[in-house]
Design a protein around this ligand. Structure first.
Ligand code: CAO
Length: 543
């Protein structure tokens, strides 16, 4: 005798409204126990919800983007006689149960601060889950809710956030370590007496599915064969961690097309990189070419990268690129290829502002305050420009322009390992002295390799200053999803015609690159002229 059984979202921890990002079943499909029905993704975890029954899908009650929580009805399944009997207990097991209190992971520190252990919270029934990413090292200062590690079982990927603020004293796990509830991840010296335990911030328990043997750590995927494995059929289930999914979204890559080499057919970051490289070099058909547009201008139609045996011509040395260079290289390539960018030049007369800067620094020397830099004045002028021309403080999101009401400025910093872009937040609310101090500190942290992801995110606009090195003009690459970047070279004394005579003035060369989809030439030139006016007479910043 057949029976209709409802499959609901099980206990997923403290999350109430989590979007469905993948849907694997449709009406008429025959499914088995443990087949994935949907993938849910919160900002902390990605979880598959498996079926608890076997049978034929009669109704699907959610769609992509639906927001669900514990107990939400996903599908109705018609089970056969025998299947129904077997399925019933499982279905009950999936019925909403009281949410487990995500274990408050921090042991209470001694009053007045002390060393606090941060442990793996309640992650459901999983005992041995591998650490696939580790975000902290000894000496890092962390805040409550900063991610410490990502754990990945075969059903869920979850970030474990810190429950305390302080300095990391000890890291007790490494990538590949197998952990379970209560495993100590790190020891943190907290500055104050506040343990700041935030139970609700702990990682959610993964879906209440029967635990399967945990997958091998993703790190082993590095040894995966070089040949491309067959891509998953379109529409079939894609396994990837939240970071890989976020990266794919950023690149606009359809994960269905990426061949997986990770354990259990999981797409790892290297797979994504290899796929994008393949598309860029022409070795793999990109979306347009794959759709039959190989020679119609839809894809990039690029020749494969030249393979040359350099050693044939003389002695060589092979040096692997630094991690920073690899990551920034990928971003720069995408931005260079995808943004119709134009660079506009302008000269700013900075004679007066430079005299003012030198004067202030002299006065300041006695007080021992931070040295005022040209960069700090440039930041202030740029914010004024962003306020006057809001398109410069925007990002493209499909057919929408997202206009930002905050003013964070990134600046390119040259480090021994490559280029990084620290971000000074809320520049509009800070004095030139504060900006000089903060950018100096960030530049130092950049050179020491101590910047954290949060220090490099949230920029609205970037300044790339080569003024300390030299040069006249250059064409910086827009730092997407921003829409413009201002390049600056070394100022030089030049003869400037004042209407009667040539007078010596200190001239700063500006090079503004802008995304033409948002900013046309007239707007870009107006912005440049305005910035030059502000720098020529900084009193205008106060207007
Ligand atoms: N014109 C003339 N002199 C300048 C100048 C300019 N536009 N900008 C800075 N200077 C001077 C400074 O006054 C300083 O001189 P003193 O030592 O006599 O005071 C000297 O050059 C060194 O300055 P700096 O560049 O180290 O300091 P800064 O605060 O101006 O810049 C930072 C900080 C982080 C932007 C810089 O150190 C840096 O890393 N620049 C490189 C950025 C880069 O690589 N961009 C390219 C990206 S695309 O590949």
């Amino acid at each position: 005798m057949s029976q209709i059984i409802e499959v609901k979202v099980p206990d997923i921890g403290d999350f109430e409204s989590v979007p469905v990002i993948e849907l694997f079943v449709k009406v008429g499909d025959t499914i088995k126990v443990d087949d994935a029905i949907v993938t849910l993704e919160s900002d902390k975890a990605t979880m598959d919800v498996p079926s608890t029954v076997e049978g034929v899908v009669k109704e699907v009650l959610v769609s992509l983007g639906s927001k669900v929580g514990e107990g939400a009805l996903l599908i109705k399944v018609e089970t056969g006689g025998a299947a129904a009997a077997a399925a019933a207990p499982a279905a009950q097991a999936a019925a909403p149960a009281p949410a487990p209190t995500a274990a408050p992971v921090a042991a209470a520190p001694a009053a007045g601060g002390g060393v606090v252990e941060v442990k793996v919270p309640d992650i459901g029934d999983f005992a041995e889950v591998p650490v696939i990413e580790l975000y902290v090292k000894v000496g890092d200062s962390i805040k409550v809710d900063d991610a410490i590690a990502t754990l990945e079982s075969d059903k869920a990927t979850m970030d474990v956030p810190s429950t305390v603020a302080g300095t990391v004293k000890e890291v007790l796990v490494q990538i590949g370590s197998k952990v379970g509830e209560g495993t100590v991840l790190i020891k943190v010296e907290s500055g104050s007496s506040a343990p700041a335990a935030a139970p609700q911030a702990a990682a959610p328990a993964p879906v209440a599915a029967a635990p399967a043997p945990v997958a091998a750590p993703v790190a082993t995927a590095a040894a995966a064969p070089v040949a491309l494995a067959p891509a998953l059929a379109v529409g079939s289930k894609v396994h990837a961690s939240p970071s890989v999914r976020a990266y794919a979204r950023e690149l606009g890559v359809d994960l269905n097309k990426v061949p997986a080499t990770g354990p259990k057919n999981r797409i790892v970051k290297e797979d994504l990189t290899k796929y994008v490289k393949g598309v860029m070099s022409g070795a793999v058909a990109g979306p347009a070419a794959a759709a039959g547009g190989a020679s119609l201008g839809g894809g990039l139609d690029l020749l494969p990268w030249p393979k040359v045996d350099f050693a044939k011509f003389g002695e060589i040395e092979v040096k692997p690129l630094s991690r920073i260079k690899k990551i920034s290289g990928q971003n720069l390539s995408r931005n260079w290829v995808m943004i119709p960018a134009v660079t506009y030049h302008e000269d700013a007369d900075i004679t007066d502002i430079e005299a003012f800067r030198v004067l202030l620094n002299k006065e300041n020397e006695k007080g021992g305050g931070a040295k005022l830099t040209m960069l700090a004045f440039l930041m202030k002028a740029c914010v004024k420009g962003l306020q006057k021309f809001p398109e410069f403080n925007s990002s493209l999101d499909g057919d929408n322009l997202v206009l930002k009401k905050y003013f964070n400025i990134g600046f390119a910093a040259d480090t021994p390992n490559g280029l990084v872009v620290p971000v000074v937040k809320n520049v509009d609310k800070k004095s030139v002295f504060e900006l000089a101090q903060e950018s100096g500190e960030l530049a130092k942290q950049a050179r020491d390799g101590k910047l954290k992801p949060a220090d490099m995110s949230g920029a609205c606009f970037t300044i790339s200053s080569l003024g300390g090195i030299g040069g006249t003009y250059f064409a910086p690459i827009v730092n997407a999803p921003e829409v413009a970047i201002l390049g600056v070279n070394k100022s030089a004394m030049k003869p400037v015609w004042d209407g009667k005579a040539f007078v010596p003035r200190l001239v700063l060369p500006l090079s503004l690159t802008a995304d033409h989809r948002v900013i046309d030439g007239a707007l870009a030139t107006r912005f440049n002229v305005y910035i030059a006016q502000l720098l020529a007479d900084f009193r205008r910043v106060a207007l």
